[in-house]
Design a protein around this ligand. Structure first.
Ligand SMILES: [Zn+2]
Length: 227
């Protein structure tokens, strides 16, 4: 429908996760980390899958630093307590990852969503009691925020607000994926993200094979040894 590449848009994958650009990117480098099997949210992950997701987060952090020269990343998840709850966009576990810049936590707190330290146990407690949460990882710190009753696609809206503040742009840019999906600007951003980060992923893989990307190679080995 959007004339975008299908399976060819996957940047990297293993048995647990697929990494691909968001189809309606809020910024250059906006990626999704999606579970290969169905899970409602990261609150449903077991310890092994949680550790694997955290390794993917660190790998994407390295990709952003290499590709965009950013100092870290912004990660967020709308964890639905019920179907379509918590402003989720799809009922399948996925983490949004953007090159650092926007300050999302401040927007969420300003909306009346207090922060608590995020851990697998904290997310699991939300999931088990069917409450929705927002996970925000930025500035090297991960927090979880209650998000029952927030509007649809709340975190996309909040991220757009944070981006506009960061870039000094006037407020009011499109944030619903249905608004920007398949527009020429969105398509260009999607393809540019794919091109830049595919090259970065290839360099990472090459470095890993050559033994210079020691940490990443080690992470992949340990991921396999746990399967
Ligand atoms: Zn989403």
């Amino acid at each position: 429908m959007a004339n975008l590449p299908g399976p060819g848009s996957v940047l990297a994958a293993d048995a647990d996760f697929l990494l691909m650009p968001d189809l309606a990117p809020l910024s250059d480098g906006h990626l999704l980390l999606v579970t290969a099997r169905h899970h409602a949210c990261a609150g449903a992950f077991d310890a092994r899958l949680w550790a694997a997701a955290r390794r993917w987060r660190d790998r994407v952090d390295g990709m952003f630093r290499a590709a965009y020269g950013t100092d870290g990343l912004l990660l967020f998840e709308h964890g639905p307590g019920t179907e379509q709850g918590g402003g989720a966009c799809i009922d399948h576990a996925h983490w949004h990852l953007l090159p650092a810049g926007p300050r999302l936590r401040a927007v969420a707190e300003g909306y009346g969503m207090p922060a608590a330290p995020a851990s697998r146990a904290a997310l699991r407690a939300y999931y088990r009691s069917r409450r929705s949460y927002a996970l925000i990882d930025e500035g090297g710190r991960a927090t979880v925020h209650p998000s029952d009753g927030v509007p649809s696609q709340f975190l996309r809206w909040a991220t757009m607000v944070a981006l506009e503040r960061h870039e000094g742009r006037p407020a009011g840019g499109p944030w619903r994926w249905q608004q920007s999906f398949a527009t020429p600007g969105s398509r260009t951003r999607f393809l540019r993200t794919l091109e830049i980060l595919r090259a970065t992923a290839a360099v990472q893989a090459e470095a890993s094979r050559a033994g210079t990307g020691h940490a990443e190679g080690h992470a992949e080995e340990s991921a396999e040894s746990h399967q």
